[in-house]
Every structure is written in structure tokens, then in C-alpha cells.
Ligand binder design. Structure first.
Ligand SMILES: *Cc1c(COP(=O)(O)O)cnc(C)c1O
Length: 220
């Protein structure tokens, strides 16, 4: 199937109110444009340099979400391109984003990335540390927390992800109840190619899909 057909199929399958982020790592600007022409509104990028090249071609024809591991020395460039950073998992990183956004007069919407399955070597804040981080970040004037994001453990069987998605939703609801100033618990970003059908059943309203749109990748 073509990129166009894949996008149309996914859009027809997603429940109303669920946003699709096309995860575009290792794809060419032409492939990304094909997805946009088929109805994709948000592009997810894992690497700032790759995003810069795609942004030069595509510009504001899409919204840009950062979904990779953001290094501090890339923040200055990232805050110019991206409309949302989905992967904030430390106060250090948040402070750098805040500082760089202050310099260009921007308030950056962010999601906090949670390592819900407590996997070693995975980025994301541990579930029990999320409230503390949220409270710290909520004091930064040039950042606005808009929700949570998780990768979750990779598995052949999408049903294996369900308990982790459910745990994310529970955490999301708990944090929402706090009604913190400068925090808007609006988005829960979870679900990828193998799990995008069940993630919305467990409360996701952003899914991030790469392979199912663009085909298999040659590199991660
Ligand atoms: C690559 C990637 C995705 C999409 O993965 P697929 O399995 O190809 O759909 C989603 N989220 C993040 C953070 C990614 O890096």
C-alpha cells in the first residue's frame, strides 16, 4: 500500500478526537509530504538535525512534535522548530527549554515522558517521580505542561501493552486532579504501529505511528 493509502486507513480507524503523529525518523521530506497530502497534520521527529532538513522543505504545512531523546545542546535549535516537545523527563532539560524559549519569546507546550514499565536504559521519569517533576516544571514560565507521553515496552502482542497504557491513564487522571497552576492535563500520547488500536481504548488521544504509514525502516 502507498503512504497515502496507509494514512487514510489509519485516519479512518482512529476514534474521533485522537490525534495522529506521523513518526518520520529516517524518512525523506518527499515521504513526509506524501503523508501530509493524505491528511497527516503532525510530524514527529526524533532528531533535531533531521527535523531541520525536513522543516526546510515542509515548513508550517504541518505541526512538529519532538519525540526523541533531547540533548541539552540541541535545545536551542529545537525550540525554534517544534510546536511541542513530547519527551521532557528531567528538570534539567525543562530548565534549558525554558531558558531558550525565554530568549525567543515562546511558551513551549510539553509532555512529560514516563517510563511506565520501569525499564532500564529507557528514557522517561519513573511513575512515582512524575508528580514531583510536574510540580517543578509548572514553575517555569516559558513551558506549559500539556500531558504525558510513554513508549511502553515493545512486544509482538499489542495486548501486552494494555496494562501499561491503563497505568498511564491512571497516573494521568491522578495528576489532572491536582489542578496545578500552569498545567493543563489534556494529552496522553501513547500507541505506535503495533498498538495504536488499543491505546485509545485506554485513554490515548495522541498516537505516534511510523512503520504503518511509511513501511519498514532501515535504521531505528
Ligand atoms: C519510531 C517511534 C514511533 C513509531 O514507531 P512505529 O513502531 O514505527 O510506529 C513512535 N514513537 C516514538 C518515540 C518513536 O521513536
Amino acid at each position: 500500500m502507498s503512504i497515502e493509502q496507509n494514512v487514510k486507513q489509519i485516519l479512518s480507524e482512529l476514534p474521533e478526537g485522537v490525534k495522529l503523529v506521523a513518526a518520520a525518523k529516517a524518512r525523506t521530506p518527499e515521504e513526509i509530504l506524501a503523508a501530509i497530502n493524505a491528511g497527516v497534520k503532525i510530524i514527529g521527529e526524533n532528531y533535531v538535525q533531521e527535523a531541520e532538513r525536513a522543516y526546510e522543505v515542509i515548513g508550517d504545512r504541518a505541526e512538529w512534535h519532538f519525540i526523541g531523546h533531547l540533548q541539552k545542546n540541541k535545545v536551542k535549535k529545537a525550540v525554534r522548530i517544534f510546536d511541542m516537545i513530547e519527551t521532557v523527563d528531567s528538570f534539567e532539560l525543562a530548565k534549558e527549554i525554558d531558558k531558550r524559549c525565554a530568549q525567543i519569546g515562546k511558551v513551549m507546550p510539553v509532555l512529560i515522558e514516563v517510563n511506565i514499565a520501569r525499564e532500564e536504559q529507557k528514557s522517561g521519569v519513573l511513575p512515582e517521580d512524575t508528580e514531583k517533576l510536574l510540580k517543578e516544571i509548572s514553575t517555569l514560565p516559558n513551558i506549559r505542561v500539556m500531558g504525558l507521553m510513554t513508549m511502553g515496552p515493545l512486544s509482538e502482542n499489542p495486548e501486552d501493552s494494555r496494562p501499561y497504557f491503563a497505568a498511564m491513564r491512571k497516573l494521568f487522571e491522578q495528576l489532572k486532579q491536582l489542578n496545578l497552576p500552569n498545567v493543563e492535563m489534556k494529552y496522553l500520547s501513547m500507541g505506535m504501529t503495533n498498538s495504536y488500536k488499543i491505546a485509545p481504548e485506554e485513554g490515548a488521544n495522541i498516537v505516534r505511528i511510523g512503520t504503518k504509514i511509511f513501511g519498514e525502516r532501515s535504521r531505528p
